[in-house]
Design a binder for this molecule. Structure first.
Ligand code: SAH
Length: 353
């Protein structure tokens, strides 16, 4: 845990300096208890992981089978949600869409190989708690902490995405599907950077159509995804000078990926890597917004102009921005101010059951 914290504090920023500025900013934003939440989260994750591994090796030699049967939140989901139509099958105001969807009441205990019903239930419960903790850590801490956590245990990433994928299947709408559809109509030479790409669904759909999709996330899959902390440094060319130079990206997509408390750093990086007039597409969970206008104003202050906002979907709000030239180079003081506004987006939290 100490190592984890040191990693977060000591991680280098875009200029190779220690992350003092952003971390300090983050600490200021945190409620006193939040640091504790993070520490507990990571410690609890490790503890649960140990228990989990022990249980798996005792009862279910085939770990992959067991893991397939993991189903965060299943046991607790309200069966009612099953009956909701697409527009209702939703995320309540205070919940994460990933948490709010409704897998069917689990047959897991029947299908988990080698586990008794009681063991399977305990496992589900642990997995659910683990999923919530990972989620909480991602939303409540600086991305440097998340990055470090994934370095220490890449399985955490896999666990998170297993849960995420599972939930996404039951969403009535998925921003990525929307982007696949709209970007399919772009000219084949279009270069897209998918920041916080998850399992690179955009690239998998659009690369075969001739578009170039550069996918970044905290952990690489060795194929589509390049490892990066998108709030600190996207490994793509581009100058931050007022005029901009070297950029190759036409479109940046941030689909549900503004997770760390320092997410404004990702917007800064989006501006840096985008060509002049490039597009920034952001999809975020509607319930995360404390003040949509202030959010738009913050993004605009980085050097973007709002083209459209689509909040017809009850779950997600979609924003389209266009990169514009900055009047003058931004000072470190201005950046600090922007970075300190991460709390404009609330974390998506799983309900404790
Ligand atoms: N865009 C994908 C995945 C959404 S889940 C989709 O819509 O399907 C959010 C993703 O953002 C996760 O994969 C998470 O790992 C990633 N993410 C969050 N913060 C990140 C950061 N600082 N650097 C890189 N990836 C990040």
């Amino acid at each position: 845990m100490r190592k984890l914290d040191e990693g977060g504090e000591g991680a280098k920023d875009r200029k190779g300096k220690k992350r003092k500025t952003s971390d300090a900013g983050v600490k200021k934003q945190r409620a006193p208890s939040e640091g504790g939440v993070h520490e507990e989260s990571a410690a609890a994750l490790k503890k649960k992981d140990k228990k989990d591994k022990k249980r798996s090796s005792q009862s279910a030699p085939d770990r992959s089978d067991t893991r397939v049967s993991r189903s965060p939140e299943r046991k607790h989901e309200s069966p009612k949600r099953q009956d909701k139509g697409p527009s209702q099958a939703a995320v309540t105001k205070d919940s994460n869409p990933a948490a709010g969807s409704t897998p069917s009441k689990s047959k897991t205990s029947r299908t988990a190989p080698g586990l008794t019903d009681l063991q399977a239930k305990m496992k589900q419960s642990l997995d659910g708690a683990r999923f919530r903790l990972i989620n909480e850590t991602l939303y409540r801490s600086d991305s440097g902490h998340a990055y470090q956590m994934m370095r220490e245990d890449p399985e955490v990433f896999e666990e998170y995405h297993k849960g995420f994928r599972h939930q996404v299947q039951s969403w009535p709408a998925n921003p990525v599907s929307h982007y696949i559809q709209s970007l399919s109509a772009y000219p084949p030479k279009t270069v897209i950077a998918d920041l916080g790409c998850g399992d690179a669904a955009l690239a998998k759909a659009l690369v075969p159509k001739g578009l170039t999709v550069l996918s970044f996330d905290l952990v690489s899959d060795g194929k589509y995804v390049v490892e990066a902390d998108i709030c600190a440094k996207v490994p793509l060319p581009g100058s931050e000078a007022a005029e901009g130079e070297g950029q190759v990206v036409d479109v940046v997509v941030c689909a549900l990926s503004l997770m760390g408390t320092n997410w404004p750093g990702c917007i800064r990086e989006a501006w840096r890597v985008l060509k002049a007039d490039g597009e920034l597409k952001i999809a975020e969970v509607a319930s995360r917004f404390t003040d949509v206008e202030a959010f738009v104003s913050l993004i605009s202050s980085v050097g973007f102009k709002l083209k459209s906002k689509d909040d017809r979907n009850t779950h997600f709000t979609l924003f389209e921005f266009r990169k514009i030239a900055r009047k003058s180079a931004m000072s470190e003081k201005e950046w600090s101010k922007i970075m300190s506004r991460g709390s404009l987006l609330k974390p998506c939290e799983y309900k404790r059951r």
